[in-house]
Design a protein around this ligand. Structure first.
Ligand SMILES: C[S@@+](CC[C@H](N)C(=O)[O-])C[C@H]1O[C@@H](n2cnc3c(N)ncnc32)[C@H](O)[C@@H]1O
Length: 226
C-alpha cells in the first residue's frame, strides 16, 4: 500500500493534516533532549521527515523502512553536502542495528502498521542504550465528544475522499481511519511501553488528542543527557 502512494505521500500529509503534522514532529524532537552528536534510529521512517528533523538538530540518524519506494524518496530531501542521515530498507521488527547502540529510537505514525506493535516496542527498546529514549508519535481519537464528532466526520468521510482523489488509492485512505479507530487509547498504549521493559513512560496529547506523543526510557544508568 505504501509503495502505491509513496509519490504523493508528503503532499497528502500536508494537505490532510493542514500542515499540523510538522508541529507534531517538532514536539517529538523536543522530547528527545539534547541531540548534538547523538545517534537516532528512526524506524518506519517513510519519506524521512522525522529523520531529517532529527538530523537538523545535530543527531546522526539511521532511518529504516521496509517500503523501498518510500525510503528512496528520503535522501532526495537532504539539503547541503554534509549529511548525518543514512536511510536503509529494513523491518522495524528486526532492525538492522546492534543492541544498545542508539541514544534514541523513534517511530512516527508507523507502530500502528506493524504486524505486532508490542514486538515493535520491544525491538525499539533493544537498540537503545541504557538511559536512552524511545519516542512514538501516533494518531488517536479525541476524547471530547464535540471535537470527536467533528473529527470522526472528517476522518471517516472527508479524508478518505480527498486522500483517494489525490493519491489515486482510495483504499489506502480508508485503511488510515480503520486502523486509527481500532488503535488502543493512550493509557493502554503506555502499558505496552511498560510491558516492553521501558521506564518513566508517559504521553502527551497533541491537537486535542488527534495524535499522542509517547515516551519511555531504557532502564539503567548511562548515556542519556538533556
Ligand atoms: C504512515 S507511514 C509514516 C512514515 C513516516 N514515519 C512519517 O512520519 O511520515 C508508515 C510507514 O511505516 C512503514 N512500515 C510499516 N510496517 C513496517 C515494518 N514492519 N518495518 C518497517 N517499516 C514499516 C511503511 O512502509 C510506511 O512508510
Amino acid at each position: 500500500m505504501f509503495a502505491r502512494i509513496a509519490g504523493r505521500y508528503d503532499l497528502l500529509n500536508r494537505v490532510l493534516s493542514l500542515g499540523i503534522d510538522r508541529r507534531w514532529r517538532t514536539r517529538t524532537i523536543a522530547a528527545a533532549g539534547e541531540l548534538e552528536g547523538r545517534i537516532v534510529v528512526d524506524a518506519c521512517c517513510g519519506t524521512g521527515d522525522l529523520s531529517l528533523e532529527f538530523a537538523k538538530h545535530g543527531a546522526r540518524v539511521v532511518g529504516v523502512d521496509f517500503t523501498p519506494e518510500m525510503v528512496a524518496l528520503a535522501p532526495t530531501k537532504l539539503r547541503g553536502g554534509r549529511t548525518t542521515c543514512v536511510f536503509a530498507t529494513g523491518d522495524a521488527l528486526r532492525l538492522p542495528v546492534r543492541a544498545a547502540s542508539a541514544d534514541v529510537a523513534s517511530v512516527a505514525f508507523g507502530v500502528r502498521n506493524l504486524a505486532d506493535p508490542r514486538a515493535g516496542l520491544v525491538e525499539l527498546a533493544r537498540v537503545v542504550k541504557p538511559g536512552g529514549r524511545v519516542l512514538v508519535l501516533e494518531f488517536s481519537t479525541p476524547k471530547s465528544r464535540v471535537i470527536g464528532a467533528a473529527y470522526g466526520f472528517y476522518f471517516t468521510r472527508v479524508l478518505p475522499r480527498i486522500g483517494g482523489w489525490l493519491s489515486g488509492d482510495a483504499e489506502a485512505y480508508r485503511y488510515l481511519p480503520r486502523t486509527v479507530l481500532a488503535w488502543p487509547g493512550p493509557d493502554e498504549f503506555r502499558a505496552w511501553f511498560e510491558e516492553a521493559g521501558l521506564v518513566e513512560c508517559g504521553y502527551r496529547s497533541l491537537s486535542f488528542g488527534i495524535a499522542y506523543l509517547h515516551w519511555g526510557r531504557v532502564p539503567g544508568r548511562g548515556a542519556s543527557r538533556g
